[in-house]
Design a protein around this ligand. Structure first.
Ligand code: NAD
Length: 356
């Protein structure tokens, strides 16, 4: 933890002069094809690197005028490429990411940044040493509903934050290396840390592995923050229907973010419990649907990477926030292996979370 704070306090090396932000996307699978699409739409896609013929074909269809390379070394060698976007399976993130930074590229890594904190820290340090941007794909931080929700929480419009929970449930996509916690929960952790504005003091996680030995399909992680704020994260890829719901309970009102709805994604309820003559009386109101900017979160995320390359300003989802996320994941993983025993985290890093 002290190491993290020290890393965050150490000065960044000067950035190279602004560039045009020519991007190579590495991996054009289930998720990478979306990144290929948005960087192409933004006119910033230099090339796609994909090792499998099926992925190469998807890349050609998605961005017909862009070269598709099969060798990662060709990306690393090309001086025209400023930034590399890693959308390969999580177990390759560290190796491919460190190579990109060593080659002097700016780096955007899909979540999770790495599969352990130590490797994440090495990536962050290497980016600092090379004066390059490092960004992690915590897409919800670019979602207009989360930006608005965070604005309201910061402004005290929900009163004092008391409880936050996030359910991310679906059938598939089942991973073979990382468990459901590392696959799904980075999104929920990113949002909860942003809303609370701090790291938890301790976490406990339990779960079950039904499809593959020792790879949890379902986990529930409880987080305890300072001042009694609590949250839980329920994730599963073994669930009959898709649910992506975040509930925020404040002392004066409540909010629900439902990402499965086409519209009405964010609803605020002026509800709570009032004390009348010493008795707790529920105050029930209809929810108010919040009007949101029509922004595609992935496009906003891609624009952030280009902006950071061009201006030298760190992204919202920078190395520090990626490390905080890994720290919670690692503590939850440890608790999972201890059958739910609480695992303490150290002191909060020197990082202002209120910048969103
Ligand atoms: N932000 C999100 O909401 C979101 C959603 C899904 C997945 N993801 C993340 O995206 C990443 C990719 O997941 P996915 O579901 O697309 O996986 P996937 O297996 O469908 O696709 C990965 C692709 O990378 C290619 N690849 C692997 N190694 C390569 C290499 N060295 N060089 C070139 N190509 C290589 C594979 O051939 C494959 O096409 C993961 O980190 C995952 O966690 C993020």
């Amino acid at each position: 933890m002290e190491q993290l704070a020290a890393t965050l306090r150490s000065p960044r090396a000067p950035l190279a002069p602004p560039t045009t932000g020519r991007i190579a996307v590495v991996g054009c699978g289930y998720w990478g094809k979306n990144l290929v699409r948005v960087f192409h739409q933004l006119g910033a896609l230099h090339s796609v690197c994909e090792s499998h013929p099926a992925g190469m074909e998807v890349a050609r269809q998605t961005a017909p005028d862009v070269p598709v390379l099969s060798e990662y070394e060709a990306v690393l060698r090309d001086p025209q490429i400023d930034g590399v976007v890693i959308a390969t399976p999580a177990e390759t993130h560290f190796r491919l990411g460190i190579q990109a930074l060593e080659a002097g590229k700016h780096l955007y890594v899909e979540k999770p940044l790495a599969l352990n904190y130590r490797e994440g820290l090495t990536l962050v340090r290497q980016a600092q040493a090379k004066g390059r941007q490092l960004m992690v794909g915590h897409i919800l931080e670019y979602h207009p509903a989360i930006i608005e929700l965070n604005r309201r929480v910061r402004a005290g419009q929900l009163g004092t934050l008391q409880y936050v929970y996030s359910n991310r449930l679906n059938l598939g996509k089942v991973r073979r290396e990382e468990n459901i916690l590392w696959s799904f929960a980075p999104h929920d952790i990113a949002v909860i840390l942003r809303l609370v504005g701090d790291l938890p003091l301790e976490v406990c996680a339990t779960g079950g592995a039904y499809l593959q030995p020792n790879i949890a399909d379902v986990t529930i992680t409880n987080l305890l923050f300072d001042k009694g704020v609590r949250g839980h994260i329920f994730v599963s890829w073994l669930h009959p229907y898709k649910e992506q719901k975040l509930v925020v309970v404040g002392s004066s009102s409540m909010a629900v973010f439902d990402d499965t709805l086409a519209d009405r994604k964010l609803t605020v309820y002026d509800q709570g419990i009032d004390w009348v003559d010493g008795q707790p009386v529920p105050r029930k109101k209809d929810g108010e649907v919040v009007t949101l900017a029509r922004v595609e979160p992935l496009k906003a995320e891609a624009e952030q990477f280009l902006h950071s390359i061009q201006t030298g300003e760190p992204p919202i989802t920078d190395g520090a926030s990626a490390l905080a996320n890994l720290e919670v994941l690692q503590a939850a993983q440890r608790s999972l292996s201890l059958h739910g025993q609480p695992v303490a985290l150290g002191v909060a890093p020197a990082r202002a979370w209120e910048t969103l």
